[in-house]
Design a protein around this ligand. Structure first.
Ligand code: GRF
Length: 215
């Protein structure tokens, strides 16, 4: 069973899906610590309700990013965390932190990477007129949303979608694939080969496909 450390800044619906999946035995692991960079993050309440140890580490309390990162790394080291999970954490981690937890940091992004990296990506997908978007879980490297992809899930984008509607459609995917990706890691089924992740023991459907619009 792996020990998971989660970094949050906001609502924490992904955190909740991970807590719930651990409780149901769908992840071979437990959330050991939740760190927020904001003391008003609702994610902290979710963690506390589940009896999980929480910490607030604010950037303002540190002279520079590397000492802020080091404070977070120390909490994870002290709690002997195997995997760092970014779940709506709105700060960029520096190279030193990423190297210290090499191949042991995951992020979830609300678009089909490598399309639409960065911020405001649901509106960008709508504005670009793509017919599908979705969510991507990937390992974190030193680039912006560039790390090896673990799982993606796809949903349609409709021409009358608002950002809010698409956000919720994608969030429902996120809540399914993030626990799945973490469990694959916990069970040693992920192998990073260069920029690709090999997932061992998956079933395939050679004929799976989707079309939007239909008819
Ligand atoms: C999600 O949309 C996720 O894709 C992005 O940040 C948001 C976090 O939402 N990285 P929540 O705090 O888990 O509800």
């Amino acid at each position: 069973m792996i020990r998971i450390g989660v970094l949050v800044s906001g609502n924490g619906t992904n955190l909740q899906s991970i807590i719930d999946a651990c409780a149901k035995g769908l992840i071979d692991g437990r959330v050991e610590v939740v760190i927020s960079n904001r003391d008003d993050a609702y994610a902290l309440e979710r963690a506390q309700k589940a009896g999980i140890y929480t910490r607030v580490v604010k950037k303002q309390g540190f002279a520079d990013r590397s000492s802020f990162d080091a404070a977070i790394a120390k909490v994870f080291d002290d709690r002997e965390v195997d995997l760092v999970v970014l779940a709506g954490f709105m700060r960029i981690l520096g190279g030193e932190f990423i190297r210290a937890f090499k191949d042991r940091i995951m992020n979830i992004h609300p678009a089909l990477l490598p399309s639409f990296p960065g911020l405001d990506v649901r509106q960008k997908a709508i504005d670009r007129g793509v017919r599908f978007s979705g969510a991507t879980v990937h390992f974190v490297d030193e680039g912006l949303d560039t790390g090896p992809i673990i799982i993606q899930a796809v949903c349609p984008v409709y021409t009358d979608d608002t950002e809010e509607i698409l956000k919720h459609r994608i969030l429902r995917l996120e809540h399914r694939i993030y626990p799945r990706a973490i469990d694959l890691f916990a069970r040693g089924r992920l192998e990073i080969k260069g920029s690709r992740v090999i997932v061992h023991g998956v079933q395939r459907d050679e004929d799976a496909w989707m079309m939007n619009p239909q008819g």
